[in-house]
Ligand binder design. Structure first.
Ligand code: 13P
Ligand code: SF4
Length: 324
């Protein structure tokens, strides 16, 4: 017997702390349609921690940071994967589970880091630093990953650097992530000049002002923030690490120096914690909506494809990091 699908009304409880009741009717029709389409198409939705709460808590099957989404994508058994996140995440899912149909609801959901470097740039770095291993952040195109020795995410970057046992590595393309990791190791790290357009906007002065305005606040920062921000924060880690910190340490008052939806998604589960909300929106993540997820499932778009010559080498670099 097929189980009845939950209704949108029954889901409102999950998000009532962050979505006003008056806004809910605008979401409920799409939510019910998406739940039915997922069943019809044997699809799962993987959502990044920066997706809005109605996506994250009401239609997603698997949620997490880039590393968790990559690991989970590899073991998906459903026919279709919808990636509620940005394009590089959808490409990573396709690399790791190539027989599945992978859909990205909006092809314009890019990333300033992925746009900061090309495959040719990586080849030039190799010429300039012969023999130095290249670690590439997953926030890059498959073509850039294909030129790399190994990938990393913000969740495993230090472990990946250590795993190579080299005195010197190239870490591309996020300059701030590279500098933040360099502060934790004796390995020399050669960086690129890419920046996350969301995290580069936070400053150390922001943190000092926050501490004055909200005494006792615990400050968590993403490692894509400038090093002086990370130095002023109480903790720095991937989006999953920030979420775990809140769950385990339960600070009375907290601010997450990262994308805005992250606080909403974590706040839903912690009514006892006060979330201070200066945050920055990622315009790329925000291109994903319930409406275009519905349309992706209904019209089978946009199908993610990767040139097989690129895919083989890029897959190797991504899979290698999963074994670190
Ligand atoms: P995480 O891997 O920490 O989720 O970060 C991904 C990202 O795009 C952060 O800006
Ligand atoms: Fe890229 Fe920054 Fe947006 Fe993450 S938050 S997808 S790194 S632009």
């Amino acid at each position: 017997m097929t189980r009845a699908l939950p209704t949108a009304a029954s889901m409102y409880d999950r998000v009532r702390r962050v979505i006003p009741a008056i806004e809910w009717p605008a979401f409920s029709d799409d939510i019910e349609a998406i739940l039915a389409l997922k069943r019809r198409r044997n699809a799962v939705i993987l959502a990044h921690n920066y997706q809005t709460p109605e996506i994250f808590h009401c239609v997603a099957d698997i949620v997490g940071d880039s590393l968790a989404l990559a690991r989970k994508a590899m073991t998906v058994e459903a026919d279709v994967i919808v990636l509620a996140g940005v394009h590089f995440m959808a490409e990573t899912a396709k690399l790791l589970n190539p027989d599945k149909t992978v859909l990205i609801p909006d092809l314009g959901a890019g990333c300033s880091l992925a746009d900061s470097i090309t495959a040719k740039d990586v080849r030039l770095m190799r010429e300039r630093y012969p023999g130095v291993p290249v670690i590439t952040y997953v926030n890059t195109s498959a073509a850039v990953k294909a030129e790399s020795d190994i990938c990393c995410t913000s969740g495993n970057a230090l472990a990946v650097v250590k795993s190579l046992g080299a005195p010197r590595v190239i870490m591309l393309p996020d300059e701030y992530l590279a500098r933040n990791i360099a502060a934790q190791t004796k390995v020399e790290i050669i960086a690129w000049r890419g920046r996350c357009e969301v995290h580069e906007r936070f400053s150390a002065a922001d943190i000092r002002e926050l501490r004055e305005a909200h005494p006792g606040v615990t400050v968590l920062a993403h490692p894509e923030c400038p090093p002086e921000v990370v130095a002023e924060a109480d903790f720095a880690g991937s989006t999953a690490a920030m979420s775990d910190y809140v769950r385990q340490r339960k600070p009375a008052r907290v601010v997450l120096m990262t994308e805005c939806s992250m606080s909403d998604n974590v706040a839903v589960k912690h009514p006892e914690i006060e979330f201070v909300r200066p945050c920055n929106l990622c315009p790329h993540m925000k291109r994903i909506t319930l409406a275009n997820i519905r349309s992706a499932l209904d019209k089978n778009r946009h199908v993610v494809t990767i040139d097989p010559r690129v895919a083989e080498r890029a897959r190797w670099a991504v899979e290698r990091m999963l074994f670190v």
